[in-house]
Every structure is written in structure tokens, then in C-alpha cells.
Design a protein around this ligand. Sequence first.
Ligand SMILES: NC(=O)C1=CN([C@@H]2O[C@H](COP(=O)(O)OP(=O)(O)OC[C@H]3O[C@@H](n4cnc5c(N)ncnc54)[C@H](OP(=O)(O)O)[C@@H]3O)[C@@H](O)[C@H]2O)C=CC1
Ligand SMILES: CC(=O)C(=O)O
Ligand SMILES: [Mg+2]
Length: 545
Amino acid sequence: MTIVLTPYWSNGVQKLRMAPQPPPKPAHGLTPPALDGSIHALRCLAQLRSKDKNIEKYIYLTQLKDADPDIFYKLCLENMAEFTPLIYTPTVGDACIQFSQNYRRPEGLFISYKDKGKIGSVLKNWPRINEARISVVTDGSRILGLGDLGVNGMPISIGKLSLYIAGAGIRPSSTVPICLDLGTNNEKFLEDPLYLGLRQKRVSEAEMTEFMDEFMHEMSVLFPKLLIQFEDFATEKAFLYLERFREKYPLFNDDIQGTGAVVLSGFLNAAKLSSAASGLLMTAHRILFFGAGSAGVGVAMQLMSFFTLQGLSVQEARERIWFVDSQGMVYTARGRLAEHKKYFARNDYNGEPMTDLLDILDYVKPTALLGLSTISGAFSTEVLQTMAALNPRPIVFPLSNPVRLSECSFEDAVVNTQGKVLFASGSPFPEIDFDGKMLYPGQGNNMYIFPGLGMGAILSRASSVTDSMVEASSLGLANSLTPEEHAMGLLYPQVERIREISVAIATSVIRAAQKAGVDRSPDLRSMSDADLATFVASKMWQPQV
Ligand SMILES: NC(=O)C1=CN([C@@H]2O[C@H](COP(=O)(O)OP(=O)(O)OC[C@H]3O[C@@H](n4cnc5c(N)ncnc54)[C@H](OP(=O)(O)O)[C@@H]3O)[C@@H](O)[C@H]2O)C=CC1
Ligand SMILES: CC(=O)C(=O)O
Ligand SMILES: [Mg+2]
């Protein structure tokens, strides 16, 4: 499939352009005399706020970003807490579901299975080849917790890249949103006349792997300076293609590694508060994962480093972790297990399958309960009360997205633990006044990590993204809380400080890349940490309004 470039009419001449390249400024006389950039930004904000439905706000913001990226990103940076739920989770989930209904104009690159054998020629249609530095690539097979959405997954690539631009100052023109169309198993979409993707079931794993080999090779030829973020591939494929390509190309999987890093960071801060209240050693935490997919296992792999940083051996660290999947507690004697579950399967339980979460809580007695299951409400009143009975300050992270699939709400977690909960969720919840005290939910979302991790990898020109770079991003985030944020009991910094945080993360990531010897920007090696941070900040794109 060749991408279709939108006809753009200007001064009677047909030009071709694709977002995010801004339209040329209209000639004198073609705009009202008093149109002033900063006043217009206020006008746009008022127009946005006049809309009732979040999906309408999303559509409005998509058009604003297209028409005037400077105003869009200025407003975004000034109103991060208001904008992120609109351009990202939860609203981006609805934008994906409705993509084929609401589609207006191209914004990104679609590569379909029909392009196999000539993927390079499709990539060449991208209008800003030389500028490309970062691509978010999805195959739409597991969008948030919404399942297989086929090409309707494109808004997730677009949304993540908007956060790269807002959060880390990546130049808009250097971003490449990509959706691979390998079919869909979503029957509703296959029957929908408006569906914009291939009308066929997903291709086999062998066929997809051949396609992916060609795609990755052609990407590396055409975009030699590109970092790739794999996003929302269904679990088996997420692990398969991360392992297959990570040594060969600069890439990371956001759901496995980005989520692992963001949760490790919040967990580090939560565990300190929890241990301070209980007197429990940091090494004595017991973590129960509800959900054993790419995100759950990715987080567990990263949390291993929490324990090993505290001095435990790898084997001891692994023993601090339990998993629950749709069949109950995951243990080796249960029978055949998917490959990605085997490492964390318990070897110290041989009894009957344990399927009730309350029974599992009673057996494991966790200090922390992490939800990555897509099961809305799974952390029931009884589950939360049990966590509170087991721990003076229970750690409860319902991390599934979008917000309607969260395992519990912040309010339920607060009320059922008498305000003791240490909480982070995947999508945002409002703060709560509990007994006269303001309590703030953390947002344990990889959006804190990938902008800074990506910026660090791009500036160091890393030839691959190592585990040490991912860990550095996590520690950079954990250490970025201000004393005021600690005093407020926050587990993550306020999102309004995202650029400052991204500087800290990118700086740590560059240092880790240098240590691992994968950096290709030797000039950065001799800089002091302070100079390196200044350099990173100086490279951030700023909206000009
Ligand atoms: N906060 C963040 O930054 C991020 C959040 N996420 C969210 O995490 C969620 C999971 O993503 P991902 O791991 O890729 O998805 P998967 O679908 O691969 O994993 C879901 C897991 O939940 C398990 N599960 C399903 N139903 C139940 C049930 N009734 N009881 C117990 N476990 C159950 C599944 O079990 P089984 O294996 O048996 O099928 C599976 O292990 C999504 O909502 C996603 O949006 C993802 C990335 C980042
Ligand atoms: C946040 C994210 O990456 C997800 O829910 O898949
Ligand atoms: Mg994701």
C-alpha cells in the first residue's frame, strides 16, 4: 500500500504535506488583523474547554496540532495534567476504537502485509526521511487493555510521539508514527464497512516474522539514525521481536521495558515508605502480580533489580515475586505454561490450582499487589481490605489501561485502606480529600520514562538499548522527586515537570550508554554531569509562539 498524501491547497497551487509539518503562514490579508499568537493560544484553550466529550476534545486537539503545532505544544506543556488524559490514556483508547469512524487525514505510515517484498519502497514515501530520529511502531494486536484493534491502533503511535515532543522536546519533524497491518482477529472490525485495514485474519507467526525481518532491515537502511519503540504488540510477539532485534538495532519495547522502568521507580519510592511504616527490611517485600502478560512479566524482570540493588542474589530476588494469570496462581506443577511465565513460576507450591485472589493473598501475604490484567474491579473491597489488614501501608498499583479497565479506583483504594494505601495507576485518577488530608494518586505509566529514555538514546546515538540504560532511566526518575513532592507523599514527580525529569532521565541514560560502550557520540563522554544535563536541555525543541 502506498501512503496517500493529503492534497493541500495554498494560493491555488496543490502541495502535498503530512502532519506534523505545519502549513505555511498565510499571506498578509488572509488572516484577521488582530490575530496574535499568544492570544490565539488562549482562544484555542477556551475552544477546547467548551467541548463536553473527551473524544471531541481529542479530535479538536488533533486538528490544532495539525494546523498549528507550536500552539498545540505550548498549551500542552502549560497544561500537562489536563492534556495528557486527552491526547493519551484514557482518551486515546476511544480514539483507537473509533479510528475508522473518525479518520480525517493521514498522520503516520501504514505498512501492510500486502507490501511484503517492497517495504523499502513504501518507507521511501515518508516525506521527512533525513530528519527521522524516533519511530513508535505498533501492529495493533493489543492496544492498551482493549485487545486486537488492527490498524485502528495508529493513534497509540501518534499519542506516544506527541508525548516525546511535549515531554522531551523531540523535534516534531523527526517523529514517525507507524502502524503495521498484518490483519486483525477482531470480527467486529472485519465486518465493519468503515474499517480501514486489511480485511483478513492475522497472518501466522512465521509469516509475520518474515515480514518483520524485512521491515526492520529496510528501516535501518532508510533511517540509519532512527530509534524504534515497539508498542502494544500482543504478549508473545512483544517478547519474540524484542529478543530477535534488540542486539541488532537500536530499539526497545515500551510495554516490557518502559513499564518495567516506571514501576520500578514508583516501587522504590513506595517500598521506602512502606518499610518505614512496618519496620520490614526492603529485601523482605513480597510482590504479587495480578496479570502475567508482557507488562506484568516486564515489570517483574525490572523489579528483580530492586532486590538485587538491595543486595539479594538473583535467585533470592526471584523468590520475592508471585504471579496470577487467568488460571490462578502460576506455579510449575500446574502444567504447561507459556514460555514467558516459566521463569517466575513458583516451585514451592504443588497443591491444587489456587484461583481465588483472596485465597492467594492469604497464602502469599504480599506487601505489594500490582495489577496488569485488564480486569476492571479485580481489586475488590475485600481484596483491598485484606491488603490493609496485612500491611500498615499496603502498596497497590492497579496499572491496567485505559481507566475503565483499572483493577480499582483511587477512591476505592483509599477508602478501603483508611487512607494508608501507597497507590499508582496506569491511567490518571483525581486526587482525594480524605479526613481533611489531600491524598494524591501516582500515575505509574511508561509516559514518564520513554521520552527521556528515547532522548538519551538518540543524543548518545546508541547502537542498541541495553538493560543498564533502561535501569538508569528508572533510577533517574525515582531520584527526581523534589523535597516538596516527597512531603506530599508522591511516588512520582508532578507531570508538569516532565521536561526537567526527561533531562535527568536522558542524562542518566547517556551515561549508561557510555558505560556499556554502545554510544556513538564521543564528544559527550568528556562532559561533566552538569554540562551534559545543560546539553540535553539545549537540544529540546521549544514551541515558538
Ligand atoms: N501502566 C502502564 O504504563 C502500562 C500498562 N499496561 C496495561 O497492562 C495491561 C496488560 O497488558 P499486557 O501484559 O500486554 O496484556 P496481556 O493480555 O498479555 O496480559 C494480561 C494478563 O492478565 C491475565 N488475566 C486475564 N484475565 C485474568 C483474570 N480474570 N484473572 C487473573 N489474570 C487475568 C492474563 O492471563 P493469561 O496469561 O492466562 O491469559 C494475562 O496474563 C493492559 O491493560 C495494558 O494497558 C501495559 C503497559 C504499560
Ligand atoms: C501505557 C501503555 O503502554 C499501555 O497501556 O499499553
Ligand atoms: Mg503500551
